[in-house]
Ligand binder design. Structure first.
Ligand code: AHM
Ligand code: MG
Length: 336
């Protein structure tokens, strides 16, 4: 039917989340309001990232602009936009950003019940060559109206009420879980709306891809080295796996979620806790993986069981397809 060429019943992210929340009689729409502010931040960053190459060409980035002020770097700018959007939502009480050493305690008149941990622009070293980058976020909720403290965010990842990321790639895609499944939305630039394009994402049970910075191999521990060896030279007669590594966590995890396989940032001798940050990198991505039917493991335990002791703590991480992570867990168990 020609009439079917255009979808006329658009499921926007706001409509989708409102529908979901309406299943809870106690819901007051606060989460939807918070999410709308996060979405605004994502749209702003998307538009800035798209203009980044152009800005450079016409001499904006890293130089003095017309008012004589130095142009802000994109990661600094993104951080400011997210903080202002989150505070002005009136629904947050404490914010943790990768860009800020200390947590931000929201002033009493603007407080709400949500704590948001985020990396405003992850993979920013990739900006100058146009590779996909992203924003990662996790959301906790405090139970009562006590004075917010760090203890409210130094919680295991399984306590998160929602998590997601927005990828600024060939299209702008926001992937979200509120604890029951994972859904993906793509920004329609002409509407300025995120439209549901990837309903109920399930990660394949087993994958054909592994993703890791193999340049660190000489410093890996036994189980990591063995797993990667098995990917290349399988002992059970199965075909060898493909290696894909962008070096931008959002892009690498997004591909893993859609195509299956594993994404790893293991410990190594030089960085015994790996590289990635627990609160706003490891937890949100692990939350999404589990909600899509996959697993996330630190080399010692389920990633979402970790209890961070400092807001910028790091942890090794292995996440992806259920069966592939089982294999990694078995190798670590054998090690003892
Ligand atoms: P960043 O927060 O400084 O941007 O670093 C995080 C990024 C992740 O996106 C990516 O998974 C990882 O660093 C890649 O690290 P490496 O270059 O060591 O492989
Ligand atoms: Mg980061």
């Amino acid at each position: 039917h020609a009439a079917d060429a255009y979808r006329t019943d658009l499921m926007t992210i706001t409509r989708f989340v409102l529908n979901e929340q309406s299943k809870y009689p106690e819901s007051r729409g606060d989460f939807t309001i918070l999410l709308n502010h996060i979405v605004l931040g994502c749209k702003f960053v998307c538009s800035s990232v798209n203009k980044a190459g152009l800005a450079k060409l016409i001499g904006l980035a890293g130089e003095i602009n017309i008012q004589g002020e130095e142009q802000k770097k994109l990661d600094v700018l993104s951080n400011e936009v997210f903080i202002k959007a989150l505070v002005s939502s009136g629904r947050t009480c404490i914010l943790v950003s990768e860009e800020d050493e200390d947590a931000i305690i929201v002033e009493p008149s603007k407080r709400g019940r949500y704590c948001v941990v985020f990396d405003p622009l992850d993979g920013s070293s990739n900006i100058d060559c146009g590779v996909s980058i992203g924003t990662i976020f996790g959301i906790y909720m405090v139970k009562d109206d006590h004075e917010p403290t760090l203890a409210d965010v130094l919680q295991p990842g399984k306590q998160m009420v929602a998590a997601g990321y927005c990828m600024y790639g060939s299209s702008c895609t926001l992937v979200l879980s509120t604890g029951k499944g994972v859904n993906g939305f793509t920004l329609d630039p002409s509407l300025g709306e995120f439209i549901l394009t990837h309903p109920d994402i399930r990660i394949p049970k087993k994958g054909k891809i592994y993703s890791v910075n193999e340049g660190n191999a000489k410093n890996w521990d036994g189980p990591t080295a063995k797993y990667v060896e098995n990917c290349k030279f399988p002992k059970d007669g199965s075909p060898s796996k493909s290696l894909r590594y962008i070096g931008s966590m959002v892009a690498d995890v997004h591909r893993t979620l859609l195509y299956g396989g594993t994404f790893m940032y293991p410990a190594d001798k030089k960085s015994p806790s790996g590289k990635l940050r627990v609160l706003y990198e490891v937890f949100p991505m692990s939350f999404l993986m589990e909600n899509a039917g996959g697993q996330a493991f630190t080399g010692k335990q389920r990633a979402l069981d970790l209890v961070p002791t400092k807001i910028h703590d790091r942890s090794p991480i292995f996440l992806g397809s259920y069966d592939d992570i089982e294999e990694i867990k078995a190798l670590y168990a054998a090690e003892g």
